[in-house]
Design a binder for this molecule. Structure first.
Ligand SMILES: [Zn+2]
Length: 173
């Protein structure tokens, strides 16, 4: 019996030492593969808000649900000014972010994108771009056939206020 407890304690000790370690890249893991719909595009947007506006999923959900009368926030993922990730509409459900391309896409929204006069501007933080890089690498591993775009490739808009194809190339994504 003493041996049993000895082994038990040892096992429990090693198990807890594993679980207390923070998982690497914790947030992007949450974005992992959905099988309920086929994803062929990942589309990047901005919130078209000033850099001083530190908003996230809760505020945008309010705009989309109460303002637009939609069932939920239109985006699947939001990247806040501090680089943190927030999850919006469940990944398995089509979003509402790019007219004509919602069914097979994931919509990511970077908070920011206009200056104090309301003109579109690439004013995202380094932390946001670092998160975007990490997130896109995770998503690309799961959706190997998916291509990555800016909203302005599908619509005559400035969104997301930076040149996505060039950024992807510069960042080896
Ligand atoms: Zn957009």
């Amino acid at each position: 019996m003493a041996r049993f407890w000895d082994i038990f304690r040892r096992f429990r000790g090693s198990a807890s030492s594993v679980t207390t370690k923070p998982p690497p890249n914790k947030t992007p893991q949450k974005a992992r593969k959905v099988t309920t719909r086929k994803i062929d595009k990942i589309i990047i947007h901005c919130s078209a808000t000033k850099p001083s506006m530190d908003i996230g999923v809760a505020v945008i959900r309010g705009w989309h649900v109460n303002g637009n009368g939609w069932t939920d926030i239109g985006y699947h993922i939001v990247i806040r000014r501090d680089g943190s990730i927030e999850y919006g509409r469940p990944m398995g459900i089509a979003g509402a972010h790019t007219k004509g391309y919602n069914r097979g896409s994931i919509g990511i929204c970077m908070i920011g994108g206009i200056d104090k006069n309301g003109k579109s501007r690439n004013n995202f933080t380094k932390l946001q771009f670092a998160t975007l890089r990490r997130l896109l690498r995770t998503l690309k591993a799961d959706y190997k056939d998916a291509t990555i775009h800016g909203h302005n490739e599908f619509s005559p808009k400035d969104c997301p206020s930076f040149n996505v194809p060039k950024w992807l190339k510069d960042n080896n994504i």
